[in-house]
Write a protein that binds this ligand. Structure first.
Ligand code: FES
Length: 116
């Protein structure tokens, strides 16, 4: 199950809230999982200007906090947009969650580029 927060603002202990999901077996785009669960993926600009999930805008960045093993490898589009970014950052529209053998929980930080 996913849950969401309005913006990634640090809590009183300085840590940032995260969103969580349980990936059932089978492949699904992280972007679709987030949209299906009404989790806001984009900041204001990306909300209006995103490419619709074709890997062409780089506005759907998320940070994978946990569950990396459930995901596909970084795609060509991600290598381009996330070249100098942390390994844990992904484009949600290029990230596939789960496969026939794997299921489990994925924990995601939205808009990691907003963190200070
Ligand atoms: S929605 Fe444009 S790159 Fe992901």
């Amino acid at each position: 199950m996913w849950w969401s927060v309005a913006q990634p603002k640090p809590g009183s202990d300085g840590s940032y809230p995260v969103d969580k999901a349980t990936a059932i077996s089978g492949q699904k785009l992280l972007r679709n999982i987030m949209l299906d669960n009404n989790i806001e993926l984009y900041a204001a600009y990306g909300k209006v200007m995103n490419c619709g999930g074709f890997g062409n805008c780089g506005t759907c960045i998320v940070e994978i906090v946990d569950g990396k093993d459930l995901l596909n490898e970084r795609t060509k589009d991600e290598l381009r947009y996330l070249k100098k970014k942390q390994e844990s950052w992904r484009l949600a529209c290029r990230t596939i969650v789960g496969n026939k053998e794997n299921s489990g929980k994925v924990v995601v930080q939205r808009l990691p580029q907003w963190k200070k």
